[in-house]
Ligand binder design. Structure first.
Ligand SMILES: *Cc1c(COP(=O)(O)O)cnc(C)c1O
Length: 364
């Protein structure tokens, strides 16, 4: 079997794969309603929130668009704090729908500067919302969301968070941090296939939604909430993925929220230690901002990251991710979120150690 070590889609446990062979059911019937209600309640536990949680059919980016079009109006000014490809994507979506975007960009491998957010909010009182990525998957950097949230709330701003690759893997207490919209996707830490995006909506976000004028039909959260009251979704949902998520959520809750976070921290530490021991360098400039779900690594001088990944895949059946955007071909990334064990990381590190010499580098 392939050791799929990319930051989503992640492997699914056998029980999750099994349940997807179940026959289709009526998505307007009682059995589906019971399942969706259970999934929604369990997601609230995992999001650590009492806010509404919606489970919509689409990928994570669909969830990002949902957040934007439902709480903003054309002409609204938003502060985008970005440190990579996914932060930039969030800003682009806002811009395309007519928001006026003010950007703070961190240098590659660095986290978003909380001081810069504060300064921007101080300077311009007309900013309505802060858009930020909790865990920047493209660079393996986790932002200090607790501090960012405190700052956004100090100035009374809406806080919209792409937590796609952190929620359910890295502690992200939605209510404690007063996150107005937090977004994730089923194929990241949730041990389910791609197909669902899940997001929480605060009271404040609902108020902003009532005044929002950006166009929306498929992603309209008023429709989603109205249907959820009957245990339904407005449009035909990815029923098989809901089956899957209902099982994977049970597994996560059985393991326990804090234990899930601790396991991710342990696996990330094991990964970082292993690559550093081979003499490789991490992309994040400081280890304390390095992500617990994905590790981004510079290949040694002279080693072609993409060719080395090919060797790892072909010879050792370990699949890693490459770089995105300006980092294409320059780095490689190891995913360690969702279904991942110490053995999976050991095998990955061992394959890396064996592949590097074939590309001209003798690991330490
Ligand atoms: C994966 C990811 C996305 C995009 O999700 P899709 O499901 O591919 O649309 C957005 N943001 C972050 C941080 C991600 O990790």
């Amino acid at each position: 079997m392939e050791n799929l070590r990319i930051p989503g889609p992640t492997p699914c446990p056998p029980e999750v794969l099994q349940v997807m062979t179940k026959q289709m059911i009526n998505h307007r019937g009682a059995e589906f309603a019971e399942m969706l209600n259970g999934v929604t309640a369990n997601l609230k536990t995992m999001f650590q929130t009492k806010n509404d949680v919606l489970c919509l059919t689409g990928s994570g980016t669909g969830g990002m668009e949902t957040a934007i079009v439902n709480v903003l109006s054309p002409g609204d000014k938003v502060l985008s704090a970005t440190c990579g490809v996914f932060g930039d994507r969030f800003a682009t979506i806002a811009q395309v729908f007519g928001a006026e975007v003010v950007s703070i960009k961190a240098e590659m491998g660095r986290a978003v500067d909380v001081g810069a957010i504060k300064a921007a909010l101080q300077k311009d009182a007309t900013i309505k919302a802060v858009l930020v990525t909790h865990n920047e998957t493209s660079t393996g950097v986790t932002n200090d969301l607790a501090s960012i949230a405190r700052t956004a709330k100090e100035f009374g701003k809406l806080l919209i968070v792409d937590a796609i690759s952190s929620l359910g893997s890295i502690d992200c207490p939605v209510d404690k941090w007063q996150i107005d919209v937090a977004i994730t996707g089923s194929q990241k830490g949730w041990m389910a296939p791609p197909g669902l995006t899940m997001l929480s909506i605060s009271e404040t976000a609902w108020k902003a939604h009532a005044a929002s004028k950006m166009p929306k039909v498929y992603w309209d959260i008023t429709r989603a909430k109205r249907y959820l009251e009957r245990g339904q979704t407005p449009w035909t949902p990815a029923i098989s993925v809901v089956y899957a998520l209902s099982i994977s959520l049970n597994m996560m809750l059985k393991e326990g929220l804090q234990n899930v976070f601790a396991r991710h921290a342990r696996l990330a530490e094991q990964t970082r230690k292993g690559v550093k021991a081979m003499g490789l360098k991490l992309l994040p400039v400081e280890e304390k901002i390095a992500s617990n779900t994905v590790t981004a690594i510079w290949p040694p001088e002279g080693v072609d990251a993409d060719k080395m990944r090919k060797t790892m895949r072909d010879k050792y059946r370990v699949v890693l991710s490459g770089g995105q955007g300006s980092l294409e071909g320059k780095i490689f990334r190891i995913g360690h979120l969702g279904l991942c064990s110490e053995k999976d990381i050991e095998d990955t590190l061992s394959a890396l150690r064996k592949s590097l010499p074939e590309h001209g580098y003798q690991p330490k």
